[in-house]
Design a binder for this molecule. Structure first.
Ligand SMILES: [Zn+2]
Length: 198
């Protein structure tokens, strides 16, 4: 549908800065300062325009001395390349590193560089749940750890792992484990001393 010969440098630069996957396989961009070339959709840091050159195929970029980016793998054919794989990896990493903060989906999506709708759909399709549910699972996993290894009470743990209220912590925990936080602690540590918060 697109022919690189028809693409202006302005169009290619626009596709590069917006990480547009529609141009993957159509052209490649290389960055002089890093010696690396990428697909347009690559989520690596946007380079300075003056360091960028464009190539219509990966071979050309390699011949000019550039190495393929390890992240977007422009050396692999488009059929073997999954542009969403690193979107998913980035999303999971972002959630794991920030699970204890308030993190609405639109913020995750904008930090990853895709639309909220798109992220939700792709994530659900590939991971089997939405990013919100994934975040909940990460938090519950952390809560279990804290319940078993610390003396913090339920309220302290709930807030520490990013829940905005005790009831949301309680419901999320129960949904994922079938037990309330106190029941879980008592069941696995034999410690029934902590006061039931629910
Ligand atoms: Zn790349």
């Amino acid at each position: 549908m697109m022919n690189e010969n028809n693409l202006s440098k302005g169009t290619m630069w626009q596709a590069t800065t917006s990480c547009d996957p529609a141009y993957d396989g159509v052209f490649y961009y290389a960055v002089k300062t890093t010696g690396i070339f990428c697909r347009p959709s690559c989520k690596s840091k946007v380079p300075n325009r003056e360091n960028v050159s464009f190539f219509s195929n990966a071979e050309e970029a390699k011949t000019s001395g550039y190495r393929p980016c390890k992240r977007c793998r422009p050396d692999l054919s488009i059929q073997h390349y999954d542009p969403f794989e690193y979107v998913l990896e980035d999303t999971m990493r972002l959630i794991k590193n920030n699970y204890n903060k308030k993190m609405p989906l639109h913020e995750i999506a904008s930090r990853i560089g895709v639309s909220r709708f798109h992220l939700n759909r792709v994530f659900k399709k590939r991971i089997g749940c939405t990013p919100r549910i994934y975040l909940e699972k990460v938090r519950v996993k952390k809560a279990k750890e804290l319940l078993l290894t610390t003396a913090f009470n339920n309220t302290e743990i709930g807030y520490q792992i990013g829940f905005q209220s005790m009831s949301s912590f309680y419901h999320a925990f129960k949904r994922n484990t079938g037990l309330s936080p106190s029941q879980f602690r008592a069941y696995y540590t034999g410690n029934t001393g902590s006061k039931e918060m629910e």
